[in-house]
Design a protein around this ligand. Structure first.
Ligand code: PLP
Length: 344
């Protein structure tokens, strides 16, 4: 069965053009840095983000972990969003593998970490304290609603970081969604950061892979750690070939996903039994079931599947529906119609 799959943009299968490019990719051993397709992808990613170099990594989680490991020593502290992917959804890797202490900062409703909260969290030189090394922000901020953080906000965080001799890492899993939503050059969004991770495997439709981007010395150290973690991938050009198509062809169409998320929101809004927040700014619609709905999220998930739509709970009474390349207007309408029938 061909499901309408709204669980995530990670479910995007490669396009026929990607599969063809993968089949024909020129490859080499990337651990020897001789895979021309990986090298081309890394050069292109670095150029597009306005940084010196980039590293192809198997997942966003590994990219973020490498950044944390390069920026922090054991016992150092990183300021992270309490609702960030790094803090909640990366299996505690920074602590387990890096001995890095996460200091969670409450996310504001707009996804940002308030500058005064960051300032207050930065530890003094007192021997009682861990040494604060790093600030991590997430753009778009997933759990807060797929919200883009502005270039001006990022500039202010960068300034605060420099004032206190801290590094700034951006978990930019969906940084191109943010750039498109804000209509700014992605370079402007990442200029204040020492490192950025972004995913090819989400809205950019590639089957596998993320990029870690930053200065040469940072990337050199990250490459050694990638090998240590088992992420040296040999003929990875077959994957990088799809990633190149992501960067060339998939960014320009992200606005379609955002428009469909807005349409989904408008169709969901009048549905009795649902509580929706503000209109979505990127490709995610979050909503909650109101108290009068007797069905559980699990019951709704099963009933949706029977109607050909895959969804996933994002909390005890909460859903997140995500638009992507393989979701068209008819799919959005069918999904909303199915939910209406179930709730009636
Ligand atoms: C998906 C995601 C990641 C990690 O990516 P994986 O490739 O799934 O490991 C990191 N940060 C955010 C905000 C994400 O949404």
């Amino acid at each position: 069965m061909n499901y309408i799959d709204l669980r995530s943009d990670t479910v995007t299968k490669p396009t026929p053009e990607m599969r063809e490019a993968m089949a024909e990719a020129e490859v080499g051993d990337d651990v020897f840095m001789d895979d021309p397709t990986v090298n081309a992808l890394q050069a292109k990613a670095a150029e597009m983000l306005g940084k010196e170099d980039a590293l192809f990594v198997p997942s966003g989680t590994m990219g973020n972990l490498l950044a944390l490991l390069v920026h922090c020593q054991r016992g150092d502290e990183a300021l992270v969003g309490a609702q960030s992917h790094i803090y909640i959804n990366e299996a505690g890797g920074m602590s387990a593998l890096g001995g890095i202490y996460p200091h969670p900062i409450t996310n504001q409703a707009d996804g940002a970490l308030a500058l005064e909260d960051l300032r207050a969290a930065i530890q003094t030189d007192d021997v009682h304290h861990a040494i604060t090394r790093l600030i991590c922000i997430e753009n778009t901020q997933n759990a807060c609603g797929g919200i883009p953080l502005t270039a001006e906000y990022t500039r202010q965080v960068g300034e605060l970081a420099r004032e206190h001799n801290l590094r700034l890492h951006i978990d930019g899993a969906r940084i191109f969604n943010a750039a498109v939503a804000l209509n700014v050059d992605v370079r402007e969004l990442v200029a204040p950061a020492d490192s950025i991770m972004f995913c090819l495997s989400k809205g950019l439709v590639a089957p596998v892979g993320s990029m870690l981007v930053g200065p040469q010395g940072f990337i050199n150290r990250a490459r050694r750690l990638r090998k240590m973690l088992g992420g040296g991938m040999r003929q990875a050009g077959v994957l990088a070939a799809a990633g190149l198509i992501s960067l060339e062809k998939m960014i320009g169409r992200l606005e379609e996903d955002h428009a469909r998320a807005r349409k989904m929101y408008e169709l969901l809004q009048p549905t009795p039994g649902l509580k929706l927040a503000a209109s979505p700014l990127s490709n995610m619609v979050y909503f909650e079931l109101s108290e009068d709905v007797k069905l559980s999220v699990d019951q709704i998930t099963k009933a949706m599947k029977k109607r050909g739509v895959l969804v996933e709970a994002a909390g005890a009474r909460r859903f997140r529906w995500v638009t992507h390349y393989w979701i068209n207007d008819a799919g959005v309408e069918q999904a909303v119609q199915a939910l209406r029938e179930i709730l009636q």
